[in-house]
Ligand binder design. Structure first.
Ligand code: HEM
Length: 223
């Protein structure tokens, strides 16, 4: 029950934060007033369902993939994204709505795609790790921890931070999944590993959503 409450609040809270930042960026005149936010959010959600918005989104994402995963390496990103989307959806929906947890064909697909997730994450790390290395100045900012998290940190540093948090959460998902399936640990430990697996899934999902918002989707232009 606790995991369900934390997941719902975290996902709703983050969605509000990311969309309200976009609303304020689009209409600086609105300032901190939320007055126009909900009508804007409703029209924004309706626009997402439109064919043009879908096509625009597709061209933005394929442009981003062409830029950072050119040629055959695009399959690394596509495999990682597809396996992650299915695993996050299947895992979190079953964790929230199914009292007995995940089972049957959805679990079988979840575990099978686990292999694709593991391999594509490894390739993405080999392919992109260099681009997400901290430079001297950024390392100094981290060492200083002088500012509240994410407020004074550069977008480039936030992107790098998110990349490595996702990588560590992904690794933790693999270790806890495999650990819960091998017969070396007592049942209580296996159960604890599934709990850790769930929270790593939540961290990976929240990190993925912020990365999508600040690194892949176009940034809002003030009217
Ligand atoms: C290496 C890849 C992965 C493997 C092998 C794997 C395997 C598993 C297994 C076997 C379970 C069922 C545990 C049980 O109830 O006994 C499970 C549950 C779960 N997985 Fe994964 N998983 C992987 C990656 C992921 C990823 C990437 C996510 C999401 C981002 C995720 C989210 C979840 C969630 C939320 C549950 C809990 C579902 C429940 O409460 O029943 N998993 N996973």
């Amino acid at each position: 029950m606790l995991f369900t409450i934390i997941t719902v609040l975290a996902v709703l809270g983050l969605s509000y934060r990311l969309t309200s930042l976009r609303f304020r960026a689009k209409s600086p005149a609105a300032g901190k007033k939320a007055a126009g936010y909900f009508p804007w959010l409703w029209s924004w959600m309706k626009s997402i369902l439109k064919k043009e918005t879908f096509q625009k989104g597709q061209s933005v994402v394929s442009g981003w993939i062409k830029n950072y995963y050119p040629g055959w390496t695009k399959w690394i990103f596509l495999a990682l994204a597809a396996s992650f989307v299915y695993q996050a959806a299947s895992g979190l929906l079953f964790a929230i709505f199914s009292p007995r947890g995940m089972f049957g064909v959805p679990l079988l697909i979840h575990v099978s795609l686990g292999g694709l997730f593991a391999v594509s994450l490894a390739f993405a790390l080999i392919w992109r790790a260099r681009a997400y290395r901290l430079d001297r100045q950024e390392a100094a900012a981290f060492e200083s921890w002088a500012c509240p998290v994410f407020k004074n940190l550069s977008k480039s540093l936030v992107r790098k931070f998110l990349f490595w948090v996702f990588a560590v959460a992904g690794l933790c998902l693999m270790v806890t999944a495999l650990g819960s399936m091998v017969p070396y640990f007592p049942f209580e430990t296996q159960k604890a590993m599934i709990v850790v697996h769930r929270y790593c899934a939540l961290v990976a999902l929240l990190t993925g959503l912020i990365f999508l918002d600040i690194a892949i989707l176009p940034q809002p232009q003030a009217k």
